[in-house]
Structures are given as C-alpha cells and as structure tokens.
Write a protein that binds this ligand. Sequence first.
Ligand SMILES: Cc1cc2nc3c(=O)[nH]c(=O)nc-3n(C[C@H](O)[C@H](O)[C@H](O)COP(=O)(O)O)c2cc1C
Length: 332
Amino acid sequence: MSVELKTNYLGLELKHPLIVGASPLVDQLPKIRELEDAGAAAIVMHSLFEEQITSNEEGIDAHIHSHEETYAEATSYFPGDVDFALGPDTYLERIAEIKEIVSVPVIGSLNGRTPTGWTSFAKDIESAGADALELNLYFQPTDSEISSEELEAHAASTVESVCQKVSIPVAVKLSPYFSSLPHFVRRLEKAGAKAVVLFNRFYQPDIDIVNLETVPALRLSDSSELLLRLRWLAILRDRFSVDLSCSGGVHTSDDAIKAIMAGADTVQMVSSLLQKGPSHLATVLEKMTLWLGEFDYKSIADARGSMSHRNTPNPEAVERANYLKILQSWSS
Ligand SMILES: Cc1cc2nc3c(=O)[nH]c(=O)nc-3n(C[C@H](O)[C@H](O)[C@H](O)COP(=O)(O)O)c2cc1C
C-alpha cells in the first residue's frame, strides 16, 4: 500500500518530512547534489553567524559590543580568529548557487545576537533566494545580573524584528534550556515565528587534566538524544499551531517515526549523515515508508502527533507523575 508522505512545513510543500539540518554538509555543491539525489525534502544551510557579519561591517560592531557581556559565552564560542567556511558574501552567493542546482526548498540559517545586528542580513538571505529562514538562537548566559525574562525578551524581540523585515517564513531553533519552554514558544508564535526547531546542541568543552587546558569537543549525536526531543514535541504539539521540526538524535527510521508520532512536521538529520553519508537519508526514508505501510498508515498526517501528550494512551509517561514511578521501578 502506498503511503502519502507529503508534508507542509513553513508553508512549503515537501515531498516527505526528512530534511538535512544545518551543518557543513551543504558547504560543497557536489554534496548538495548527493543529498538531493538521496531524496532530501529540503536543505537547511549552516548558520551565518553575526560575528561574520560584524567583522565585515564596522558600523554594526559598536552596537554588538554594547551587548557583549550579555552574550559573552556566544562570543567566546567563536574566538576572534575562527575560520568560517563561508563569509557573508559567499554565503549569499552559495544560496543562489544551491537554488540553481536543486529543486527542493532551501532554508537559510542565521545565528544572531542583537536585533539590529542581523535583521538586514535576514533580508539579504531572503533576497538571495532562500525559501525560508531558520534563526539559530544559540547563546549561553553567563552574566548573573541578567534574568531569564530579560534574555527571553531580547530573543523574542530579535525574532519579531526579523519576522517584520522578511516575508519568507521564519523558524526558530531553540536550545532545551528555557525554564518555561511552552511559554517561550507562545511568545515566539506571537512574534511571528512559523515553526520551532527542537533542539540545537551545545558543544560542551572538556578538560585536559594533564595539559590543563579546556578542550573544545564536537561529538556527534546518537539516538539517545532523541528522547528529550520526543518529550517536548509531544507536549508542544497539542498546544500550538506553529510547525515543529525535530533536530537531534535521528539516526534510524525508527527514530524518524517516533519524532513524527510525537508531533514533528519535519525531521532534521545531521550527525547520521555526517557519519554514514548522504545515501543514509534514502535508507531511512525507504525503511520509514515501508514501516508506515506495514502498519496501515495511509499518510504521514495519520502518524503525526499520534503519540502526542494528548493522544498517547498513557499521558502520565510524559508528565511529572511518571518521575516517581520510574525511580521506583528501578531494581538492581
Ligand atoms: C559539524 C556540525 C555543524 C553544525 N553547524 C550548525 C549550524 O551552523 N547551525 C545550526 O543551527 N546548527 C548546526 N549544527 C547543529 C545541527 O544542525 C543539529 O541541530 C544537531 O547536530 C543535532 O542533530 P543531529 O543529532 O542530527 O546531529 C551543526 C552540527 C554539527 C555536527
């Protein structure tokens, strides 16, 4: 039995929900062809970081420095001499080039720190031909004087400024560390976001105890990271009309199916494609489609959200009540 895989995401009609998440996978044009050949339904560019823009535009620099303490961690994540794969001009040219060679939607990605620092670049990404824009809200607060309310207000106002400036749909990629994620998502929805991406990953630095150095570590994910996403997808699915995209821990067809059942409109893949190559996307897609057919799903829409908080037969498994049960269920 054939399964209808078509999916709407950010107002775009996708042939299925599997998309390539933001990463260096899209830095080489031949790779992009391979990803499209493997069946990718959309491609998210890696992020253009505000640091790249500001190093090229002195005018904006001053404004950013006035916020530097607030976002000290974000700045230290990218030391001054970091090499970016694509500078801002090349980034825009690359969007146009990718649009020439693929027929699937291309989603630009921005990592900003200040509203004025990145709205103009959001506009440029739109003009370069991106079909949508993902805002990568990656920051880690270190200043004890700044409250979570201030940080969230700042982030929401950034999103609002961008949404007002561009007419392409905007998704917001979040970290899992917001103290009231549903409340913040509501705020983003009001600010004009059409989707949220759950979640980005923080790259935790390690300590070298012999050389006494803090060592930046980039570890790829595994399927265990999906669980955090499943829980929040299930909770947010029933409460909001924004689209939901799952990013993190999708390595197998089972992972993709779980993400969709929890409530994801799209499923982003990065680590598994970096490890196994673009053809892995075709494998996941094929197995996922077979599974859905075998279990009599007529469409992706039938499966989407079927295990959300509201729809799961045991909602307590998503809620706090389960905490106690889980702890008590342990036996040595
Ligand atoms: C090498 C590498 C580069 C990445 N670059 C970006 C980026 O530029 N922007 C972004 O939003 N996420 C970036 N990510 C995060 C991924 O898009 C994704 O959210 C994360 O890896 C979790 O998905 P996964 O488990 O499928 O890898 C990057 C991840 C990796 C491994």
